[in-house]
Design a protein around this ligand. Structure first.
Ligand code: HEM
Length: 423
């Protein structure tokens, strides 16, 4: 029986988006696990305790990632359907099937040289910064953080830039579909585009992730390669956008961050670490389904019902972890843990740190135009995503002599004057 005390707590709508941590605090009254509603009519158990979260993530024998036992319960028009419906890829499968896909992804990502990735991020960051540098203001979310990962993936998978917009539309619909029809249209369009890509790479293989997946010894079929690319791009885009944007938001509104080394202050990497602990790109995900009824730290969970991990709540579980601040990057759960932990942690952090360094090197007095606490966040149970990141800076002409920070030596001991954020 559902009583007021056990009524699932909604993880959607503007109040939750404005302050999810207030909701997590309330949920702690339930213990390590709490009943939540991800969207109207979609009830789940949210794991908010750190140890309980690790237990789920590291026990594939008890907790399956395959939603097919449950997904018939999804209301047909549910906005969370695209994120919770089974697909033939590594995210929604267990055991040998998962291990085979995972090998192909891991081995292919391992072929990306960090210095080449850094060069690529430099080149693509510069191309975006050039687009707004002489304006003196920009929405760093729409014009930088959201676009950059797509340009990077395009290049890593061997796609040309002209495809970026098509991919961007598909990604947006995947995470924030206004209707299931819109989500399906986006998926169909994206699928068509991936088919073209795979055909092209079969004829003309190159040094890119698509060619490496096609050539991998686990012998993926063309369809499997398409599914892996679609999954990897959708798994990578939203969180990488949010990692860049959330870290920039922190950095540009806090005077302790300064880009110069000799000032001895906090760096982009510190901002990224802070975000990974305290405002992760994905707040809640890692959907699992217990294979039998289980008692998880005092909560009975019925077999075949969704159990999600709140990385955000687990990272900040007050009784289980020493109080911050933390400098270590290893123990937070924001990349998940266990067999389905993010396979692209290092490249993701490298991309975010390089993108932020590049932006703050070009536009050295950049600051937000609204205070941090007035930034607004997109509703949704999974992500921690800004709606906009408006910033202002002294305009520079891209080719203006002396404005390119890599061709002149700046005095790192004399930072430019900082102005407080304008309201
Ligand atoms: C280069 C960018 C990225 C790529 C290509 C990428 C790719 C992937 C892939 C392929 C998976 C599925 C792994 C599996 O099921 O075995 C995954 C899982 C995951 N990734 Fe990433 N990712 C990226 C960035 C990020 C970032 C920035 C975060 C957040 C800090 C993140 C958080 C996660 C989490 C939490 C999971 C587990 C999801 C689940 O099990 O439901 N990823 N990622």
């Amino acid at each position: 029986m559902t009583t007021e005390a056990t009524r699932p707590v909604p993880l959607y709508g503007p109040d939750y988006a404005a302050d999810p941590y207030a909701v997590f605090d309330k949920l702690r009254e339930f213990g390590a696990c709490a009943p939540v509603e991800l969207a109207p009519g979609v009830v789940a158990t949210l794991v908010i305790g750190y140890r309980a979260a690790l237990e789920v993530l590291q026990d594939p024998g008890t907790y399956s990632k395959d939603p097919r036992v449950w997904q018939h319960n999804l209301p047909p028009d549910s906005p969370v359907a695209p994120m919770m419906t089974w697909r033939q890829n590594l995210l929604f499968n267990d055991g040998e099937v998962h291990a085979r896909y995972r090998r192909a992804i891991n081995d292919s990502f391992a072929l990306i040289e960090p210095f080449e990735l850094r060069d690529l991020v430099h080149r693509l960051s510069d191309s975006l910064i050039r687009g707004f540098a002489d304006r003196g203001e920009a929405d760093l979310l729409a014009e930088y953080a959201r676009t950059l990962p797509l340009l990077i993936f395009n290049a890593l998978f061997g796609m040309s830039d002209e495809y970026s917009e098509r991919v961007a539309t598909a990604m947006a619909a995947f995470f924030d579909a206004e209707s299931p029809e819109a989500a399906n249209r986006a998926i169909t369009d994206f699928d068509g585009y991936l088919r073209e890509l795979v055909e092209l790479k079969k004829k003309e293989p190159g040094q890119d992730l698509t060619s490496w997946l096609l050539e991998h010894p686990v012998e993926l079929t063309d369809q499997e390669v398409i599914d892996e690319i679609m999954m990897t791009m959708s798994a990578g885009h939203e969180p990488t956008t949010n990692l860049i944007a959330n870290a920039l938001a922190r950095m540009l509104s806090d005077d302790r961050y300064y880009r110069t080394v000799s000032s001895g202050a906090l760096t982009a990497t510190d901002a990224i670490t802070d975000v990974l602990w305290n405002n992760p790109p994905m707040l809640n995900f890692s959907t699992h389904f217990p294979r039998r009824d289980v008692d998880l730290h005092g909560t009975w969970i019925q077999a075949g019902t969704p159990v999600l991990i709140s990385y955000a709540a687990a990272n900040t579980a007050p009784s289980e972890l020493p109080a911050g601040p933390r400098s270590d990057t290893g123990a937070h759960l924001s990349f998940a843990a266990g067999p389905h932990a993010c396979p692209a942690k290092q490249p993701a952090v490298l991309i975010a740190a390089t993108a932020i360094d590049r932006l703050t090197s070009w536009l050295c007095d950049i600051r937000l135009t609204v205070p941090y606490d007035q930034l607004t966040w997109r509703p949704g149970p999974f992500h921690r995503a800004l709606t906009a990141l408006p910033a202002r800076f002294t305009p520079i002409a891209p080719d203006q002599k002396g404005t390119n920070p890599w061709h002149e030596s700046r005095s790192s001991s004399t930072p430019p004057p900082r102005t407080s954020p304008e309201t």
